[in-house]
Design a protein around this ligand. Structure first.
Ligand code: FAQ
Length: 325
């Protein structure tokens, strides 16, 4: 069904309905699930919300890997809470997608068959504890930069999910920055680990915002529908401008010799990520793509007995209710 939804091209829709819909969007109204919407709007939302939900779930893997190896009990409790939050974000987002007429199982199957994507960033490995700091600081930092404007997105359930998610993401970013601060103020070896984590996560974090505007396929239509509020390059620029002073405060160096303040534009000039690497990663050829998909497939297979049990229980309850009526 997901494939059907995404493949079927926009049917010829009533121009009056389309104009009335666009007028509601332009007036800043929220669109609710049972209201009329163009097929393309629905398909774009399923793609973006579904991809976002998958990212939250797959995004648990690089950090979950460090829960048993956190350096103190306190760090372990904090990381555990953060990773659990990501699971919750996935659930809110799957629920928002379900209101558009696609089931969570269909979305998961589309992820596992490679029809749907998840964020490129989670295909990079977390090699040591400093990487957990870098993920919180940079990856959650980039996620917030993208998601704060999405609180104003035009689809009601997505917008409401984002409000709650953003509150939790701020805590995530603070915990990552706090780890980086401890490492950067620690021994020379610890500071070197923090710098190395920044070196490896900087460009993959910039890639999270998507291809440059000239290569972004969906931005123009998504912005007209207020599914996206900003372009990929706008958000990337804001992220760099916010993060450079944070790195300076830590005494760390952004791994970009071209980085310089541009007085005229009131922002930093910086080097673009290697876009050929980005396109390889989203095609499935990143350092950890195979490992991530194996983990999701295993969880799906091992959870089959539970899903079936739950459905059998629901069917039994429904039958009992009908019999009692
Ligand atoms: N990775 O035309 P555009 C998190 C694809 S936050 C993979 O510009 P669009 C929190 C794109 O799908 C991370 N694929 O696309 C957390 C399209 O391919 P398609 C998730 C990417 O949709 C933190 C093609 O490239 N956040 O997980 C990426 O207008 C720590 C052309 O691109 C969201 O999903 C990428 N980075 O803009 C969890 C936010 N970028 O689908 C755990 C919501 C682009 O046609 C630990 N999403 N592509 O086959 C968005 O804002 C947008 O979807 C963008 C992409 C900005 C990601």
């Amino acid at each position: 069904m997901y494939a059907q939804m995404v493949k079927s091209e926009a049917t010829t829709e009533d121009p009056e309905k389309l104009a009335a819909f666009q007028a509601r969007i332009d007036a800043g109204e929220k669109i609710e699930p049972k209201e009329w919407m163009p097929e393309g709007y629905r398909k774009t939302l399923i793609r973006q919300i579904g991809q976002h939900a998958h990212s939250e779930i797959v995004g648990q893997l690089p950090e979950g890997n460090w829960i048993t190896r956190a350096p103190t009990l306190e760090r372990k409790a904090i990381l555990l809470a953060k990773v659990q939050d990501e699971a919750g974000h996935g659930l809110y987002l799957y629920c928002a997608a379900e209101t558009l007429g696609v089931s969570r199982d269909e979305l998961t199957e589309a992820l596992l068959s490679g029809k749907m994507k998840y964020s490129s960033i989670f295909n990079y490995p977390t090699l040591n504890w400093a990487d957990i700091g870098a993920v919180g600081w940079l990856v959650d930092g980039a996620a917030i930069m993208n998601q704060v404007p999405l609180q104003r997105t035009s689809f009601g359930p997505y917008s409401r999910a984002m409000i709650r998610i953003c509150k939790e993401e701020s805590f995530h970013q603070r915990q990552g920055y706090d780890i980086m601060m401890k490492m950067a103020q620690g021994s020379p070896e610890q500071k070197a680990m923090a710098q190395d984590a920044l070196n490896r996560f900087w460009y993959p974090s910039l890639m999270m915002f998507g291809p440059s505007d000239k290569d972004s396929v969906h931005s123009a239509q998504s912005m007209a529908w207020k599914i996206k509020i900003n372009t990929n390059d706008e958000l990337r620029q804001k992220f760099v401008d916010q993060t450079v002073p944070q790195a300076e405060y830590l005494g760390l160096t952004i791994p970009d010799p071209e980085l310089s303040w541009n007085e005229e534009k009131g922002g930093y000039d910086f080097s673009e990520p290697d876009w050929s690497e980005f396109f390889e990663v989203i095609k499935g050829n990143g350092p950890c793509n195979a490992e991530r998909m194996e983990a999701r497939q295993k969880a799906w297979d091992e959870g089959a007995w539970f899903r079936e049990g739950l459905m059998a229980h629901a069917a039994k309850r429904a039958a009992r209710k009908i019999a009692a009526e």
